[in-house]
Design a protein. Structure first.
Length: 319
């Protein structure tokens, strides 16, 4: 009888231990935040640290939302893509040094800690946000903020929807070597971007509602290209500001406008170049569109050429 009882206790102990291990394993699995291939990691920072060991291209897949705040120095030759898989990142990554490429894709980005990417070094990786939702709160927060001089080689924000932010990108001192904002819709913004001291800025295929669109005041020796841009300014504290603000001591700063653009305040067009506020240090060049009219798929450089080519029943569309 005692033997059977001891045997029963032994079996029960084994079962309890097995259930304990299963419970701990299940709990650990629930806490997994990211993975590289089949390898899973408890934090996004841990996954990035693992990718940073050897040069190469790495895709980190987020398995759940993350609110991590950490510092990262990406090594030369390391290219990291963080695939959000529709999850939300509310944390902050401070890039104190580094090279390579760092990309966020298919994620909701909320700068709950004032900034999402904080560039705070003389070198940093190229930073890209692609196909992301960029969401602020009460017109606050910045997705990419650069403080130190000569930071990332390039910053790209493309195929994104932004709302309720202070800025998408803002630089305090010298910014990246280039900044591209492309195919972006932004609503309820204070600014679209503030690319101070960034030598090459391109804003293309962008629609924006903001208090001020693009702030390049006190900027020097830079170039801003606006192509197919629609910026609508909304009244703020009883005042209207401008789509492009160049007030201050601009020196040899060139602005090129091309394609089909619209600059309005609550839907009413700015006259001439009054969409820009600044001094003589800023030079604005407006390039005439290559084509101004179309009949179906055929485009023409002048309306007269389109009329001449039109046949009975054709519709001429002004571009």
């Amino acid at each position: 009888m005692k033997t059977n009882f001891k045997r029963f206790l032994g079996v029960a102990f084994v079962l309890i231990m097995a259930l304990t291990v299963m419970t701990v394993s299940a709990f650990a699995a629930e806490e997994t935040v990211a993975k590289i291939g089949d390898a899973e990691y408890a934090t996004l920072a841990a996954a990035m640290t693992e990718a940073n060991k050897v040069a190469g291209d790495y895709t980190i897949t987020m398995l759940k939302d993350s609110a991590e705040v950490f510092t990262f120095a990406q090594k030369n030759g390391v290219n990291i893509t963080i695939d959000g898989e529709g999850n939300t990142f509310t944390g902050k990554i401070t890039l104190n040094a580094g090279a390579g490429n760092l990309t966020f894709t298919d994620a909701t980005i909320v700068p709950a800690n004032s900034q999402t990417i904080y560039l705070n070094a003389s070198t940093a990786p190229n930073v890209t946000f692609d196909n992301c939702l960029l969401e602020g709160n009460n017109k606050s927060g910045t997705i990419v903020y650069g403080y130190a001089s000569n930071t990332a080689n390039a910053v790209v924000v493309k195929n994104c929807e932004a709302s309720d932010l202070q800025y998408i990108v803002s630089y305090r001192q010298t910014g990246s070597n280039s900044l591209l904002i492309e195919n972006v819709t932004a609503t309820d913004m204070i600014y679209l971007i503030r690319p101070l001291k960034c030598p090459e800025v391109t804003v293309k295929d962008v629609t924006c509602d903001a208090v001020i669109g693009i702030d390049v005041k006190n900027d020097k020796y830079g170039h801003l290209t606006l192509e197919n841009v629609n910026i609508n300014i909304v009244k703020y504290n009883g005042n209207y500001y401008t789509p492009v603000n160049g007030s201050g001591a601009g020196i040899n700063y060139d602005i090129t406008v091309k394609g089909k653009n619209s600059f309005t305040k609550d839907g009413v067009a700015f006259e001439g170049t009054t969409w820009f506020s600044g001094n003589a240090g800023y030079v604005i060049t407006v390039e005439a569109p290559l084509e101004v009219a179309a009949i179906g798929e055929n485009q023409y450089k002048t309306l007269a050429a389109a009329i001449s080519a039109a046949k009975s029943g054709d519709t001429i569309t002004l571009l």
